[in-house]
Design a binder for this molecule. Sequence first.
Ligand SMILES: NC(=O)c1ccc[n+]([C@@H]2O[C@H](COP(=O)([O-])OP(=O)(O)OC[C@H]3O[C@@H](n4cnc5c(N)ncnc54)[C@H](OP(=O)(O)O)[C@@H]3O)[C@@H](O)[C@H]2O)c1
Length: 268
Amino acid sequence: MRLVLIAFLLSLSGLAAAETVLVTGSNRGIGLELVTQYAAEGWHVIATSRSPHDDEELLALAQKQKNVTIETLDVTDMAQIAALAKKLEGTPIDVLINNAGLLGGRPGQDWGNLSADLFARLMAVNVFGPMKVSEAFAANVAASEQKKIIVISSTIGSISRMENPTPFPILATSKAAVNMAMRTVAMQLKDQDVTVAMLMPGIVRTRMMYQAGGMSLEEASRQTEFEFDRPGTITAAESAQRIRNVVASIDGSETGIFLNNDGSRIDW
Ligand SMILES: NC(=O)c1ccc[n+]([C@@H]2O[C@H](COP(=O)([O-])OP(=O)(O)OC[C@H]3O[C@@H](n4cnc5c(N)ncnc54)[C@H](OP(=O)(O)O)[C@@H]3O)[C@@H](O)[C@H]2O)c1
């Protein structure tokens, strides 16, 4: 009872240690919303991006919110991963969110024109990136209170749900692969009480949706308004809110789980 009271008083005084979250690909879309919302809630936010110097919205956020630190991280750059892990050695990370990902666009995924280069790129960003980042920061997560590692996966990676041709077979393959990659991470870290979850963020109105509609990455990157107001789609802000709710609800009783943005299970 006395401990609860002390914790309550510390939280009122602002002296209680805030939780820390590290997000990859935090300069736009779902990642930018995640860092914005965690920052507003008072978390220590390590917002990583591959080119922070020109990420205007992220820079403005860090300017406004002193609990946001920006770090450079391309998840396919092993030297950058190692350098950031060294820099953050000894810093507990409560929640590590592997959000960075690529859709890959339609050219190169068309049947009859499958691209080996695109396959290699998507496997590097969507699969090995989260796996290597999780390995690099595992000790930071294990040293924290919450001990959670998340990857933003997708239902397109559900093998049992794939019953019709998809315009994105390489993306689908990469998301199925990242589920297995993160399941191996989950088993590796199970005895350190780290919980790993793969989350479907929803069908979210981000740059990725423009690409899914047929725009090139460059064209889609130039869009500033994401107005695909199609039924069933949600904004990046709604998606981030749901992801944060699911992350908060994960209680550590099971690890290596594939969850929807309402916390329900998705079939592998
Ligand atoms: N939108 C959806 O409907 C949907 C559905 C299912 C799953 N997802 C997943 O949700 C995650 C976020 O996607 P989003 O919708 O927010 O798309 P987005 O707006 O295109 O954002 C993707 C983010 O990933 C970053 N990124 C790409 N390659 C990277 C690399 N090598 N290293 C570090 N960061 C890299 C991008 O950085 P740059 O700006 O530098 O390119 C950007 O910040 C992805 O994993 C995606 O697969 C999205």
